[in-house]
Design a protein around this ligand. Structure first.
Ligand SMILES: NC(=O)c1ccc[n+]([C@@H]2O[C@H](COP(=O)([O-])OP(=O)(O)OC[C@H]3O[C@@H](n4cnc5c(N)ncnc54)[C@H](OP(=O)(O)O)[C@@H]3O)[C@@H](O)[C@H]2O)c1
Length: 264
C-alpha cells in the first residue's frame, strides 16, 4: 500500500498539502495527523485517496509508539511525509510560559525528528520529506525567540538529512514561508499588546503549498521559498551582520502593518 503522511493536517498549510498532493503523486491512503480528529475526518471525500484520520498529540511520547505500531502493522510504502504540525508564541520571553516554550521545542523540533526518522524505514528511492520551516530560520528573531530558534534547527536538520539520504534516492526539502494567513495567529499572541506588530506581506496557504510541491517534484531544491520578497530578504540577511538585521526588525515592530489582515 502506497501512502502519504501529513501532520498538522487539520488546518493551514498541512491541510493544503493534503488537498494538493495528488496533483503530483497517486497514493492509496493519506494518513492525516493532528489533535482535532473531527477536522481530520472532514477531509474524507475532499481527495481521491482514502483518508485515514489519526488523532495524536505530537508533544506526547506515546503518540510515537502508536504511530510506529501502525507502520509495523501495515508496512506501507511512504511516498511523501509532510511534517506540517507546529506552533509559535510571540512576545517578550518573560510573558511566554516556560511550558509553552518547551512545547514549541517538543513539537517543532522533537516531533519533526521523531516523525521523520520513524517513517524513513518505510521510504524508498523517490520518496520525499517536506519539513515545514519558516523564514525565521535564517536570522535570530527577538520576541519570536524560541520559535525562531526551533526553525533554525529545522533548516539545519533538513538540509543535512537531505545530503545523508541522497544515496538512498530520498529527498528532504524544507519549506520556509514568510507570514501566511492561517490559524497560526489564533495561538501566537501571548498578550493583547504584542511586541510583534509589523507584517510586511501576508501570503495565502494554498499558494505557499503550490510552490512547495512544484519545487519538490520539479526541481532539486532543498529549500522552498514562496514569493520574490521572501527570496530577496533571505539573500539579504545572509550578507548583513545579524546585529544589524535584528535592529531593523526591532525598529519595524514600532510601525504596525497588516495586523488586521492576519485573520480576515
Ligand atoms: N502561518 C505562518 O505565518 C507561518 C509562517 C512560517 C511557518 N509556519 C509554520 O508552518 C507550520 C504550519 O502552520 P500553519 O500556519 O499552517 O498553522 P495552523 O493552521 O495553526 O496549523 C498547525 C497544525 O499543527 C497541528 N498541531 C498543533 N499542535 C499539535 C500537537 N501538539 N500535536 C499534533 N498536531 C498539532 C494543528 O492541529 P491540531 O490543533 O488539530 O492539533 C494544525 O493542524 C508550522 O510549523 C508553522 O510554524 C507558519
Amino acid at each position: 500500500m502506497k501512502i502519504a503522511v501529513v501532520t498538522g493536517a487539520s488546518s493551514g498549510m498541512g491541510r493544503e498539502f493534503v488537498l494538493q498532493l495528488e496533483q503530483y503523486i497517486t497514493v492509496d491512503e493519506i494518513w492525516v495527523i493532528a489533535r482535532r480528529g473531527e477536522r481530520l475526518c472532514e477531509l474524507q471525500g475532499e481527495v481521491g485517496a482514502k483518508i485515514r484520520p489519526i488523532s495524536l498529540d505530537l508533544t506526547e511520547s506515546e503518540s510515537f509508539t502508536k504511530y510506529s505500531t501502525m507502520l509495523e502493522e501495515e508496512k506501507p510504502e511512504v511516498s511523501l511525509l509532510v511534517n506540517g504540525a507546529g506552533f509559535g508564541k510571540f512576545g517578550k520571553f518573560e510573558n511566554i510560559p516556560l511550558e509553552d516554550s518547551m512545547k514549541m521545542i517538543d513539537l517543532n523540533c522533537k516531533a519533526l525528528v521523531m516523525m521523520t526518522e520513524l517513517t524513513l524505514p518505510y521510504m524508498h528511492s523517490g520518496s520525499k520529506v517536506i519539513e515545514l520551516d519558516s523564514l525565521s530560520a535564517f536570522q535570530p528573531v527577538p520576541y519570536i525567540t524560541v520559535y525562531g530558534a526551533t526553525k533554525a534547527f529545522v533548516l539545519s536538520y533538513s538540509r543535512a538529512m537531505n545530503q545523508e539520504l541522497a544515496p538512498r534516492g530520498i529527498r528532504v526539502m524544507s519549506v520556509n514561508p514568510g507570514w501566511v494567513k492561517t490559524e497560526f495567529f489564533e495561538h501566537a499572541f501571548t498578550t493583547n499588546q504584542s511586541e510583534i506588530k509589523y507584517f510586511n506581506k501576508i501570503y495565502e496557504a494554498k499558494d505557499v503549498v503550490a510552490t512547495a510541491l512544484r519545487d519538490l517534484y520539479k526541481t532539486n531544491k532543498d529549500v522552498s521559498m514562496h514569493g520574490a520578497l521572501i527570496r530577496w530578504q533571505t539573500r539579504l540577511v545572509k550578507h548583513l551582520p545579524h546585529t544589524l538585521v535584528m535592529k531593523v526588525w526591532m525598529s519595524q515592530q514600532k510601525k504596525p502593518k497588516n495586523m488586521e489582515q492576519l485573520t480576515k
